[in-house]
Design a protein around this ligand. Structure first.
Ligand code: ZN
Length: 141
């Protein structure tokens, strides 16, 4: 295992043990639940939106380190961004999980690029952003 892989693993474990923006958000504009049955990962996202900007995102969940650490990193990366940019980031993240070079706007989420080499875990890493996309699509109806 390379030094870089080790550093990525440390970042993932650090977020898993000390999740950011963790817990229900009260009051919230949107609540969305996501599930990755292939691993048993569960996620609930709470969102606040104001004038097309995601002002606050928190999460609760249970599951593997990859799924929960991605959720924690994602809340940091997307907070304060306009919805259209968040949807763009979700798309970039999906492409990265399939081997594309990470865009710098993905910030800390770029550490999940190693998951591209672990096809069984792609759904674990993707759960946060697919759940967020579902929440935002529902909000725009
Ligand atoms: Zn998982």
């Amino acid at each position: 295992m390379s030094l870089l892989d080790t550093l990525y693993q440390q970042a993932i474990l650090e977020h898993y043990k000390n999740p950011r923006n963790h817990g229900p958000l009260d009051p919230h504009d949107i609540k969305e639940e996501g599930l990755n049955p292939s691993c048993g990962d569960e996620l609930t996202l709470y969102l606040n939106l104001h004038d097309g900007v995601l002002t606050r995102v928190t999460f609760e969940g249970e599951g593997c380190a990859i799924s929960q650490a991605t959720a924690s990193m994602m809340t940091k990366v997307v907070t304060g961004r306009p919805v259209n940019e968040v949807l763009e980031l979700a798309d970039m993240f999906r492409q990265m999980l399939h081997g594309a070079e990470p865009d710098e706007r993905l910030g800390e989420l770029a550490v999940m690029r190693g998951v591209a080499k672990l096809p069984a875990r792609v759904k674990c890493a993707a759960l946060s952003l697919t759940t967020l996309e579902a929440a935002l699509q529902r909000a725009q109806v």
